[in-house]
Design a protein. Structure first.
Length: 427
């Protein structure tokens, strides 16, 4: 028994010494798996210059390694390709540049490299590895950029007459200005940052489609038919010109101006838009919806969150399961329904019918005396108070009232129903 204990103790000592040796080896910057650790600056490993005569499609693909793609403006009319790496590469590891008819392809090659461990930290060998594409400003054909795990960025404004596409599995896309027939950008895990994007080349604007699985979408100006979607991330665009479809499963949606119709959906996050000149349908499962200016119809639904609509001039339809509703309209008509939350409407001119329903909460209308309308209100538990009580017929319990304020030539009507809450109409 004693010999067994001694043997186990010796083995543990040997194991401890071995682990210490491995740790010291790693701290010295060595590759624990047999390849030398390199921590040097990137070096040029390949340079090519290619004529673009007859080429109308350029495809740069790095799905076999983790190079970044960096786009810059070429000095002349030739396409330049420069590949940089922190290590010397074998011939079969260097990217290829091939022209097949009207198609030019730059393709990254697979590299059988190991990753490095340095003092407990994981370092990937692609750090500092990138390919620089020198693109002539005169090129107008299609552009496609694809990476597996690398960023796609540009120092130049891109202006072409065909489709622009960028896609990365794990990397960011950062490009200043893009003008193209259509624009498509996809990131599985990464952010998209843009300045100005326009697909308004002909009579009809093209599509701008940007999608991320986990990452934010940020842009200054988008002009075209806009479709933005992220599963987990925020959408922030200062101005959109054209119809817009904006969707996020987890994250907020913000914009200063949308000049066109908009479909906005957020599963978990707030929607805040300063001005929309067009019809809007907005849905939020958990979050507020706020639209402050503009013209057009408003259809808004929230499961849990407040709704604020201001400077309205058209028709609105609002539903909130749990949250307050505030409407400020110069003119218009519509319906508001909330399960739990106060309703407040400030209306200048009533142009049709106005219906308010609340299961639990106050229903208050501030309306100009210049209007004329039929009126009906009912509450199960609450008071009814209007500035024209003398024109109404109340029930014995004063929990319902009906009548008219002046004679409406347009047939406008206000109907208010609450289960538990007061009804107020003030001027």
């Amino acid at each position: 028994m004693k010999k067994t204990k001694i043997t186990i103790l010796v083995l543990l000592c040997i194991l401890a010494v071995g682990l210490c040796g491995v740790l010291v080896y790693g701290m010295g910057g060595q590759n624990l798996y047999g390849t030398k650790y390199v921590n040097s600056a990137s070096q040029l490993v390949m340079e090519k210059e290619v004529s673009l005569d007859g080429v109308d499609r350029i495809c740069v693909t790095y799905d076999m390694n983790n190079n970044d793609i960096r786009i810059s403006e070429a000095e002349g009319d030739m396409l330049t390709v420069k590949e940089y790496n922190t290590e010397e590469l074998a011939e079969d590891e260097i990217s290829t540049v091939e022209v097949d008819g009207s198609r030019l392809e730059v393709k990254g090659k697979k590299r059988n490299r190991t990753n490095y461990v340095y003092f407990g930290t994981y370092y990937d060998e692609h750090m500092g590895n990138y390919t620089e594409i020198g693109l002539p400003s005169s090129y107008r054909g299609e552009l496609v950029f694809l990476t597996s795990s690398g960023d796609i960025s540009s120092k130049m404004d891109i202006a072409i007459g065909k489709t622009f596409k960028a896609a990365t599995s794990s990397g960011d896309v950062c490009i200043p200005n893009i003008t193209a027939q259509d624009v498509s950008i996809e990131c599985s895990s990464g952010d998209v940052q843009l300045d100005k994007v326009s697909t308004e080349l002909g009579e009809a604007a093209g599509d701008i489609a940007i999608k991320t699985t986990s990452g934010d979408i940020e842009a200054d100006q988008l002009t075209g038919t806009v479709n933005l979607a992220t599963s987990s991330g925020e959408i922030a665009v200062r101005q959109m010109t054209g119809d817009a479809d904006l969707r996020t499963a987890s994250g907020s949606i913000e914009s200063e101006t949308i000049l066109g119709n908009a479909l906005v959906a957020a599963t978990s996050g707030d929607v805040s838009i300063q001005c929309i000149e067009g019809d809007v349908t907005a849905d939020s499962s958990s979050g507020a919806v706020q639209i402050y200016e503009g013209s057009g119809k408003r259809t808004v639904r929230t499961t849990s969150g407040e709704i604020v609509l201001e400077q309205l001039t058209d028709v609105w339809e609002v539903k909130a399961s749990s949250g307050a509703v505030t409407i400020k309209a110069q003119e218009g008509s519509g319906s508001i329904c909330t399960t739990s939350g106060d309703i407040k409407v400030d209306l200048g001119r009533l142009t049709g019918n106005l219906t308010l329903e609340s299961s639990s909460g106050l229903a208050e209308i501030r309306i100009s005396e210049d209007n004329a309308f039929d009126f009906k209100a009912a509450t199960s538990s609450g008071d009814i108070d209007t500035f024209f009580d003398d024109e109404l017929v109340f029930s014995q319990k004063r929990n319902s009232a009906e009548g008219a304020y002046k004679t409406s030539e347009t047939g406008s009507r206000i109907v208010v129903r609450t289960t538990s809450g007061d009804v107020r109409v003030i001027n």
